[in-house]
Design a protein around this ligand. Sequence first.
Ligand code: XUL
Ligand code: MN
Length: 382
Amino acid sequence: MTLQAFNVGPVTLRSMPFWCVGNPLGDPFGGKVLPGISSVEVAKMLAWAAGENLIEATSFHDDDLVPFDPAHPEDDLDQKSQTYKTLAEIKKILSAAGLQVNTATCSLHGMTVFRNGGLTNPDPKIRELARKKVERTLRIGAMFGAKHYTYWVARDGFEVPVAVDWKNTFTWLADGLDHVYDYIKAKKLTNYVGATIEPKPNEPRGQMYLPTSGHAVGFICGKLKHPDFWGVNPELLQHESMALLNAVHCVGYLCSLGKLKFLHFGSQIKAQFDNDFPPLVGPEGLKETVQMFWALSQVGWKGLVEFDCHMLRAEGDPDHAEESRKAFIRNCVNGLSMAIELAARLDGKWQQGLTGSETDLAATMKMCGLDPKTIAARTVKR
Ligand code: XUL
Ligand code: MN
């Protein structure tokens, strides 16, 4: 079965990753709220969502599908291994549901061996292990026909600036990312149309080496050997808002450079830790989210939007875990539909002759469906 593209407003496909659905809602102050769920069970839930016309695509970390054993970094190539069998089972479920795979990303954050970094770890043996794990992820992605490989900056960062090897760190990072390209070409993994960097300012590290989309683009163009292969998948509103940046500005800038490959999407309270609220959920960001989709339409960008968020911890119901997870998927998709619909209200050339403040108020009236005449009448009413 092949799902039709979504193609509403600037959004061609909607993607729900494995890690969002499988998230058991632990946080630094408390344990898991929901019982764990196997990767095969997550695949079945994603297939359900596809059947409900909620999503057309998914994504995964290697660890979301199968565990990694450093002693057997090529277990995926052995058809008799449990790894291969699990991957084959998941592939069957996703294919039957018509789900595409947007991106494969290597988890270099979960295993404690990577606690001081993956691709930038000062220990060459750990950098080599990270490289092997990335290669395995690329092969797994190829098995699923993934369109992208994503490097999220993860534990490549620091807390103590005077403990960092500033002479070599960014070269190690470039070597690790150039190896992604070289491995894809050497192994003829033709499924990959490109690769992305996902920046984040902090968390899990105090500071991350590529904190914003601007840093990511600078690194791609200034330091990587194949800049055309690489783009950015900003996480908006979350990651840029953590650094008090603006999502409309972010997508406008990335699109002007042809570097917006796809979007990670959710909601965020500015300057807080990574809230990962579902789209439009929480006290902030309605205007920013809607204006972001408006800006994407304005510049003619079309592409995939991937939810990267989790249900509110307070809403996880361990006695009805499946229902909680399904409700979360619906809420994400509803939030996206609302944002696209509200953004469409801003189409047209209605700003002409208005000041900045008037434009903003007029935009809010249009977005909220208020009648300017009624508002004007109320304004002067005694
Ligand atoms: C973390 C985050 C990651 C990446 C993939 O904040 O967004 O889930 O999207 O590793
Ligand atoms: Mn993300």
